[in-house]
Design a protein around this ligand. Structure first.
Ligand code: ACO
Length: 403
């Protein structure tokens, strides 16, 4: 066994904190989170109030610039975003190179990284004008990049952005419209999407945001840094959980709705199975985002008169887990991903696009953190230390003498 205290004595004082459970990586003015009390605020405003009163574009502005916009500011901001929604025609050929069944998160991170090949005029992280342009480009183009990845997967022609539509309407029409057929965007879907994007917009130093900061700390450009964040978000323990939740619920439905079997399996450490959508590193009481989403989910399904077995099994699983000693003791509650998938399904978003929707929501948060870090007077390249546990010095053995 490794004697950590001895190693510490030998290596000097290094804090070893696997998974950074107690290590603050930065100071930040963006998001306040109290995991015990279930509080989440963007720039001081409670998430419940923002979800109730704002549209996603206003929340983008708030996160990135620190204040709620005035009427004139939001008009300018919306106008600028609309101006940048198109993808360069040459970028369409990127999509020809991807296999039809490519995961859209892989496409998303590749195409976002590829933006730095087309917009070389906005890559300098130290030039505020270039940073501003790259922020607007990214916010505007991510929904287009995402919708194209879906169109590619179903073999339909790409639908151009339509700039008289709102941010969310535009995304839905690029996803679901087909040429030469009239397209109607359901306002309930638009509101539901708006809400989901708002509750995903920032969550302080989570895995993908820390990745964006880490990559950006080396002065990598915004597109490259965000592309890295998208890759981190794809992991099933992070944003990929929303996709995993629906796959898990479908499996339970196919298994005679045997919820108890899966609760039991999740408690068995040898099974390596976890209840996806349960537990959170920081929230040890409830996830306020899950509360908002569950309410929206109830309303939407009731309004659309949708009877989705996924929703029924989700409710049964939640009840079973919340009454189980194992989950109570470990403070494992449904997180934001647990019900978001059900709403996405009701809107008609295919399951492989769920994490892409999370990325569109999280983008302003990533940008706000990248910008805050670049502007910090105490900015340094992130370079964690380690505690080495490999062999001590040994003599080189020539090839012919090795075992
Ligand atoms: N199902 C069953 N047991 C669980 C679960 C779960 N979903 N989550 C945690 N546990 C158990 C662990 O096995 C551990 O038990 P032990 O103390 O007996 O060893 C204990 O609860 C603590 O779990 P950790 O893994 O140490 O908690 P950590 O803070 O590192 O992980 C995480 C948090 C990754 C979210 C975890 O709860 C998990 O894997 N959940 C399922 C995946 C998921 O829903 N991810 C989305 C997170 S939210 C987001 O990114 C937007």
């Amino acid at each position: 066994a490794v004697d950590i205290s001895k190693l510490r004595a030998e290596t000097g004082f290094i804090t070893l904190d696997d998974g950074y459970v107690n290590t603050g990586s930065t100071t930040s003015k963006i998001t306040y989170l109290d995991g015990e009390a279930g509080i989440l605020r963007y720039r001081g405003y409670p998430i419940e109030q923002l979800a109730e009163n704002c549209d996603f574009v206003e929340v983008m502005y708030l996160l990135i610039y620190g204040e709620l916009p005035t009427e004139a500011q939001i008009m300018d901001f919306r106008k600028s975003i609309r101006r940048h929604t198109m993808l360069h025609e040459d970028m369409r050929s990127f999509y020809d190179g991807f296999p039809r069944d490519a995961h859209p998160m892989a496409i998303l991170s590749s195409v976002v990284s590829g933006l730095s090949t087309f917009y070389q005029d906005s890559l300098d992280p130290h030039d505020p004008r270039q940073v501003e342009v790259s922020i607007h480009r990214l916010l505007a183009k991510l929904p287009t990049i995402a919708a194209y990845s879906f169109k590619k997967s179903v073999g339909q022609p790409f639908i151009y952005p339509q700039n008289d539509l709102s941010y969310c309407e535009n995304f839905l029409q690029m996803m679901f419209a087909v040429p030469s057929e009239p397209f109607h965007v359901d306002p309930d879907f638009v509101s539901a999407l708006n809400l989901l994007l708002i509750v995903h917009a920032d969550h302080e130093q989570n895995c993908s945001t820390s990745t964006v900061r880490m990559v950006g700390s080396a002065d990598a450009n915004l597109f490259a840094s965000i592309s890295a964040g998208i890759s981190a978000l794809w992991g099933p323990l992070h944003g990929g959980a929303n996709e995993a939740v629906v796959s898990m619920l479908e499996k339970i439905i196919a298994d005679d709705m045997n919820v108890e079997k899966y609760v039991k399996l999740a408690k068995d450490k040898t099974s390596k199975f976890r209840l996806m959508g349960f537990g959170h590193r920081v929230y040890k009481n409830f996830d306020p985002r899950a509360t908002i989403i569950k309410k929206a989910c109830d309303t939407l399904l009731a309004k659309l008169a949708i009877k989705d077995p996924i929703f029924e099994v989700a409710q049964r699983l939640e009840t079973a887990a919340l009454n189980d000693e194992y989950f109570i003791e470990r403070k494992l509650y449904p997180n934001v991903d647990f019900y978001s998938g059900v709403i996405y399904r009701a809107i008609g978003i295919p399951v492989q696009m769920f994490t892409v929707l999370f990325a569109i929501g999280r983008l302003p948060g990533w940008i706000a953190h990248w910008k805050e870090m670049q502007g910090s007077p105490s900015k340094r390249i992130c370079r964690p230390r380690q505690v080495y546990t490999g062999p001590t010095e040994r003599e080189f053995v020539s090839l012919e003498k090795r075992g």
